[in-house]
Write a protein that binds this ligand. Structure first.
Ligand code: PLP
Length: 396
């Protein structure tokens, strides 16, 4: 059995998305900026896609800008807010310690340019509170950027409450909603969100395409200069097939959200029930405040990379930390942010499931993970020390 359980890294494209894209990979190949009909057909498809994305977020189509993905959207949102803030003498930005690197590395860069960055601590349950955000806001705060749902542990932040705090204090609020859009309800108006990033390949759309929602009146700064595409804010001929595919995938996901959430949550619960029986294991992040499909466990005495390789032999595709950090042996910054000690953070496993998975596949995972964990522990000097009582268990 082959089980793909790494949907937080990327997803399989939906049939709907592929079919929607086909004409734009074939006969409707015009440039949307061209005035003849080849171009105008592409242009209509682009605007139809924009309307679909806007509708999914409860935004206006004029508030949607297409990008090359979630990373670009995060970069552009943060840089824009920084530029706007600086004009008013505001150079303080608030975020959290467990953001995606697309956010954290952008903030690092701004810090070197003289901005002051406050990274809030995250509680052990994987959540920051609106009160903590409120307490960090200052006269010179230009932006609050806090992710909707964490990509490694799946926990959801109190976005509506944080949005309300920011609106009340007159501070811009951006959220990296790449793991949330199409998976849980998102409403930019009800949640007082000023800017939001999303990415097509995290919800069965194509890779290399995303969008940035920007509330009317918020000024964007270009990352890419050139033509007047995207209302002059993002130059470059639009990736029409990908944009059409992303919008189709999003429309489909939103139409089936309730049933998908129920099905995926049931599989996640099956995983949690099955894996928490492993001795000295721990579910990371709040049990319930999470996106339907993502769970993250730590198993004491083992090393995540070896776990992944052996699971791959059992046909299971999973992840340890985020794909962006694997390959380096540093433990995940997310797991450290929620307070796990280094040696425990190394032994982590992220499983992320989607509506294409089945309960039988969950059973396959539940059968194999304990075996692999036991096998690795038998060979682990760390586990030996724990068994002998030379070292104390961190996870009971
Ligand atoms: C995947 C991801 C991104 C990056 O999106 P890309 O489209 O791959 O650039 C950003 N933030 C989060 C939370 C993600 O999960």
């Amino acid at each position: 059995m082959k089980v793909y359980a790494d949907n937080a890294a990327t997803t399989k494209m939906s049939q709907t998305a592929k079919e929607a894209m086909m004409p734009y990979l074939d006969v409707i190949y015009g440039n949307p900026s061209s005035l003849y009909s080849f171009g105008q057909e592409a242009k209509s498809a682009l605007e139809e896609a924009r309307a679909k994305v806007a509708k999914a977020l409860n935004a206006d189509p004029k508030e949607i800008y297409f990008t090359s993905g979630g990373s670009e959207a995060d970069n552009q949102a943060i840089v824009s807010a920084a530029v706007m803030g600086a004009r008013k003498g505001k150079k303080h930005i608030i975020s959290t310690k467990f953001e995606h690197h697309a956010v954290l590395h952008t903030l690092n860069k701004l810090e070197k340019q003289g901005y002051e960055i406050t990274l809030l601590d995250v509680h052990e349950n994987g959540v920051v509170t609106a009160e903590e955000v409120a307490a960090a806001i200052r006269e010179d705060t230009a932006l609050v950027t806090i992710m909707f749902a964490n990509n490694e542990i799946g926990t959801i932040q109190p976005i509506a409450e944080i949005g309300a705090v920011c609106r009340e204090k007159g501070v811009l609020f951006h959220t990296d909603a790449v793991q949330a859009v199409a998976h849980v309800p998102v409403d930019v108006k009800a949640m007082n969100i000023d800017m939001l990033s999303l990415s097509g390949h995290k919800f069965h759309g194509p890779k290399g395409v995303g969008a940035l929602y920007v509330k009317k009146g918020v000024a964007l700064t270009n990352l890419i200069e050139g033509g007047a595409q995207e209302r002059g804010k993002r130059a470059g001929t639009e990736n029409v097939p990908a944009i059409v595919g992303m919008a189709a995938a999003l429309e489909e996901a939103v139409a089936h959200m309730d049933e998908n959430m129920a099905r995926i949550t049931a599989m996640r619960e099956q995983l949690i029930e099955g894996l928490q029986t492993i001795p000295h294991s721990k579910l990371n992040g709040d049990r319930n405040r999470r996106v339907p499909g993502t769970v993250n466990f730590c198993f004491e005495g083992i090393e995540g990379e070896s776990l992944l390789l052996l699971l791959d032999d059992a046909g299971i595709a999973a992840s340890s930390g985020s794909a962006c950090t694997s390959g380096s042996l540093d433990p995940s910054h997310v797991l450290l942010a929620i307070g796990l000690p280094h040696e425990v953070a190394h032994g982590s496993l992220r499983l992320s499931v989607c509506e294409y998975n089945t309960p039988e596949e969950m059973a396959h995972i539940i059968e194999n993970v304990p075996k692999v964990v036991e096998y690795l522990r038998e060979m682990s000097p760390m586990w030996e020390d724990l068994k002998k009582g030379v070292k104390e268990h961190v996870i009971q």
